[in-house]
Design a protein around this ligand. Sequence first.
Ligand SMILES: Nc1nc2c(c(=O)[nH]1)N[C@H]1C(S)=C(S)[C@@H](COP(=O)(O)O)O[C@H]1N2
Ligand SMILES: [Mo]
Length: 531
Amino acid sequence: MVSRDARSARSRTWRSALAGVAAALGGLGLAELAAGLFAPDAGPLLVIGALIIDLSPAWLKDLVISLFGTADKAVLIACVGLAAAVLAALAGVLEHRRPPTGRVIVIAFGSLAVFAAVTRAQAGPIDALPAVVAMVATAVLLTALVGLLRVRTPRPRLGPDPRPDSRPDPGATAGALDRRRFLTWTGATAGIGILAAAGGQLRQAGSRAADAARARLTLPAPAVPAAAIPAGASLDVPGVASLITPNESFYRIDTALQVPRIDASQWRLKITGLVENEVEIDFAELLALPLEESTTTLACVSNEVGGDLIGNATWLGYPIRKLLARAKPTGDADMVLSRSQDGWTASTPLEALTDDRNAILAVGMNGVALPLEHGYPVRMVVPGLYGYVSATKWVVELKVTRFDREVAYWSTRGWSERGPIKLSSRIDVPRAGAPLSPGRITVAGVAWAQHTGIRAVEVQVDEGDWAEAVLADAISADTWRQWKWDWDAPAGEHTLRVRATDADGLVQTSARRPVAPDGATGRDEVTVRVE
Ligand SMILES: Nc1nc2c(c(=O)[nH]1)N[C@H]1C(S)=C(S)[C@@H](COP(=O)(O)O)O[C@H]1N2
Ligand SMILES: [Mo]
């Protein structure tokens, strides 16, 4: 005969295994939700699956593909899920018998998932979030559910039972109550996990739909093509930033923890505020307008002297001044507060959007629809102004207003209300620390003074005289310009400095100022050893 103690021990083993599985369902479900919201494609099962793919030998991959064909990924995820369930059950049992062994298992495998998430190609720090959620939530739920197995279980009675036999056994009643409580909480945990996972999946399906819609979009041909880029605009010096920055390597700066995924067919832009007519335009209407192409260099106010928060692209869009002309700003207006779908705002002088500069509502970047992270479906591009006061991505509203009435996102956080881009220049080659031998060395880089243009660039070695660099042909005043200078380098340690002069004759200052509140100043320099 099996003793009552042995039976209850066995049932508690089953229940602790169940607790482990439910805790993992809860934790992984919440992780899927986090992935759906903040880090698509970084769900813990998925990243572990990807890690396994990376680590498996070619023959195994071939075998799996030959066995399961295109279902190979689904099979892999199912296997990872099954393994996770077995591990979770084991963690439940061990957490019950030898706490905190179960939690240790959860933390160990959670750490593996975090590792898998952040070591993927193109992974950002946010991609660790789902795995961290899975680890922490599973550990907490496991502790709580296994804890329910311990409370108020009948205590072993020492000595003779003083109660008369006729009384109901309070231990047994409490046991039934505890069991019900345990099952309720376990079921609830598993249920929440499943719901959260479903929510995450829906959310990911939504973002994939936005990706797919963007990929399908064919942009109209420009009514006004960009001025041809002169052959002499690139000096073809290896190591100098390419004249046009590829979309993949274009710097990205924004406050969006999660890139807004806008359904372009739902997108509308409203022009509101101090206008005679409110104007509203949808995406199809915008694309039907005569679009213009222009090449403009965008820069971030946080770009340090010599930094790389700057890029040059050919944009396709519609002049904002033409839309504003329809809206007819009233005489007292002096600013446009542009707002993105996620609430971020920028304050742009009305004049910069109505003068002859090519301020546009852009839909295309280097021949393709705007990448999601660069503002799909529509963003602003305004030559001559830092991004934080002009380049609103995912833009949905232009509110015509006054600087003394509204303050934009960064202007309430220590940055200036106005942000014209400062004249600057950068040395791209030689790089600090590169091995150099005496003789001819090409010093080269880029210089920019958007909307004014560059007239000259000079280079100085140590404290010597400034020497005039060769300038590449300009694309326009709105783009950076390459420069180079051939240096007959003597052995020793040397410091190279650069300074630009803009088309108005202003010489780049040597006074070093930090990026806040309105852009860094100073001169880029690089120290090299020639030997
Ligand atoms: N919606 C939104 N637009 C934004 C920002 C932002 O945080 N949110 N950042 C701005 C800043 S500070 C810069 S420098 C540019 C950068 O544009 P990019 O990421 O396409 O290079 O976008 C601007 N537009
Ligand atoms: Mo910026």
